[in-house]
Design a protein around this ligand. Structure first.
Ligand code: SF4
Length: 198
């Protein structure tokens, strides 16, 4: 994939992308106008993190279930060439030399969101860039259901979708571009920014 960004720039994180995917205008209000969101939302994130700590899968389970030979937790990676950074919950190493991300979501499998997968596509891109190993899959554990990993293939199309989103986030942050509203207007009802959002 062609490098598009330069050293010294602000790198796009998974949390920023998740905000963008929820509604592009969040990025404008947060990063351009610097208006903070309500703290309740942050609290939900913190609760999610606490669940991660409690429900992390054990090395022995991953060895037997997936053939994992080594795992690392909470690894910060950056790829300035792609304009991205992030902390990967877990990085899995396999005997054939391949690698994958493992992510924990406080959610039910049947109510999973595409954006949770796309977040892991970003992790795959970070791992590939840092370790120079192709990453063909990621795993997500939906902790409100069975505590077992679900495998997803990392496709070129998904990577392109993530890169397109990163480009749009940068356009908003760097150029002050005011993006369109989310098409899902149900989200506007309890939105922090509904009073300032035109
Ligand atoms: S009010 Fe709706 S369109 Fe505006 S920022 Fe909130 S969710 Fe997005």
């Amino acid at each position: 994939m062609e490098n598009q960004f330069n050293e010294g720039q602000t790198l796009v994180s998974p949390s920023l992308l998740m905000e963008y995917w929820y509604c592009p205008r969040f990025i404008y209000f947060m990063e351009v106008l610097k208006i903070r969101q309500y703290e309740e939302k942050r609290l939900k994130v913190l609760i999610g993190r606490e669940v991660h700590e409690k429900k992390a899968l054990q090395p022995e389970y991953l060895r037997k279930k997936l053939g994992v030979v080594k795992q690392e937790r909470n690894i910060y990676l950056s790829a300035p060439g792609l304009g991205i950074c992030g902390i990967v919950d877990e990085i899995l190493y396999f005997a054939d030399g391949s690698m994958a991300s493992l992510d924990y979501k406080f959610a039910f499998n049947k109510y999973k969101f595409k954006t949770q997968f796309l977040q892991n596509v970003l992790y795959a891109m970070l791992i590939e860039s840092h370790y120079h190993v192709p990453v063909g899959a990621c795993y997500i554990v939906y902790t409100r259901e069975k505590n077992e990993p679900v495998r997803y293939a990392i496709t070129a199309k998904a990577k392109e979708a993530v890169m397109a989103s990163i480009k749009e986030v940068n356009r908003i942050v760097r150029e002050g571009f005011y993006p369109g509203a989310t098409p899902d207007r149900k989200k506007c009802g309890d939105c922090t920014y509904r009073r300032v959002c035109v």
